[in-house]
Design a protein around this ligand. Structure first.
Ligand SMILES: Cc1cc2nc3c(=O)[nH]c(=O)nc-3n(C[C@H](O)[C@H](O)[C@H](O)COP(=O)(O)OP(=O)(O)OC[C@H]3O[C@@H](n4cnc5c(N)ncnc54)[C@H](O)[C@@H]3O)c2cc1C
Length: 359
């Protein structure tokens, strides 16, 4: 059987490989060695992520490099609330290293994509899953649209931990942004979300700490300051004949929800199930691909609605945040209309374990 091509070298790429392996397929991982081993943000993985990772990579022991959390303290415009929330905090490069050493990834062939064009990839492989935008490697249709719900960013830093905060993470709204803090493997992670990219990220983070009443009490030092875009985003369409997109290039989830990794893992599992359903002639390709696009778009719209409500609670009169909220409203409406106009927009299938079935 010809392998499936998976373009990328990230959590989503590995999850697609693992999901397809569960169904008996081999993948080739098409990655650019020059761009591998990128240091992404530290992550707090919720219990859904942990369960899905354990199913996809049963031989991986996440606890080696991670910190177990039991609670989240939320100070979102009012008195702080403590919520019980089991989670694992882990640096993304530690997570990727653990997954890269899993049995399934060790048995996957890695191919240098830097010399391949989109045309060559589609000639060599009947199915390609893109988990990374790459010039020339992704043949998006001309009608492709990037729907972005704002321009906010997250400034991240590593800090020295204090024992007091060892099993809880914290989220705190400020007048014009929010802060997040979690202990992670001998240190801690700090993140500040701001509606525009600051000229000096370190100074912006220090200014946020100056306004904070909770998180600032744990932070004594900032290291490795970095900046990531964090506005939700969807690339439409998400799939076409012989290809699907998974992970951040397809759909970006606002990190405020803590749902980015579970969303990426679920999409990877669904992408694998769609390819399997088509290749095994169980479901016609048009129906299976429509299911993929409809299911993920519905989830993304729900995510946007949650974010709109959440941000309105604290930023409804803030002139820098109003465009963020309005752009999310706009893309939620655009996507709802697009779903209504799709030829097939009914969800006729469901996932049973890793397979897609009628019903
Ligand atoms: C600041 C931030 C914090 C997050 N925190 C959480 C969390 O606590 N819990 C959770 O479940 N999810 C979180 N997420 C989401 C999570 O990182 C991804 O959804 C998930 O890892 C899926 O990753 P992926 O393989 O699709 O993308 P990846 O390729 O791993 O990308 C993850 C992030 O890194 C950026 N990135 C990747 N490569 C590069 C590069 N070469 N240069 C610059 N940037 C790059 C991407 O744009 C993306 O924002 C967070 C995302 C961001 C941006």
């Amino acid at each position: 059987m010809t392998p499936v091509a998976v373009v990328g070298d990230s959590l989503s790429a590995y999850a697609v490989v693992a999901a397809l392996a569960k169904l008996g397929y081999h993948c080739d991982l098409l990655c650019d060695p020059a761009k591998s081993h990128f240091f992404g943000p530290s992550l707090v993985l919720n219990d859904v992520s942990e369960t899905l990772l354990a199913q996809l990579f049963p031989d991986v022991n996440l606890s080696i490099y991670s910190q177990r959390l039991t609670h989240r303290l939320v100070r979102w415009g009012r008195q702080p609330v403590q919520v019980e929330q089991p989670a694992l905090a882990i640096r993304s490069h530690s997570l990727l290293e653990l997954l890269r050493n899993s049995k399934v990834m060790q048995h996957t062939r890695m191919i240098d994509v830097s010399q391949l064009t989109a045309q060559q990839i589609s000639q060599n492989y009947p199915w390609t899953v893109y988990t990374r935008h790459k010039q020339r490697a992704i043949a998006l249709p001309e009608s492709s649209q990037s729907l972005v719900g704002g321009q906010r960013v997250i400034v991240t830093a590593e800090v020295q931990d204090t024992p007091k905060s060892a099993h809880a993470c914290y989220i705190e709204s400020l007048a014009d942004g929010w802060l997040f803090y979690a202990p992670v493997d001998g240190g801690a992670m700090l993140q500040a979300c701001l509606p525009i990219t600051p000229a000096n990220p370190r100074r912006a983070l220090l200014e946020c700490l100056y306004k904070s009443t909770t998180i600032s009490t744990f932070v004594n030092d900032l290291q490795k300051v970095n900046c990531f875009s964090s506005a939700p985003h969807l690339q439409w369409p998400l799939c076409g004949s012989g290809w699907l997109m998974v992970g951040e290039p397809a759909i970006k989830i606002d990190p405020v929800s803590g749902e980015g990794t579970p969303f990426a893992l679920r999409s990877a599992i669904l992408a694998g199930a769609v390819i399997d359903a088509i290749l095994s002639d169980r479901i016609p390709d048009i129906s299976a691909l429509s299911h993929y696009q409809t299911r993920l778009t519905h989830s993304f719209i729900s995510h946007l609605r949650g974010c709109i409500q959440f941000y309105r609670e604290v930023f409804s009169t803030n002139s820098a945040w109003l465009p963020e909220i309005n752009q999310m409203i706009d893309i939620a409406e655009t996507l709802s209309t697009q779903l209504e106009q799709q030829a097939v927009n009914v969800l006729n299938y469901r996932l049973i374990d890793f397979e897609l079935h009628i019903g």
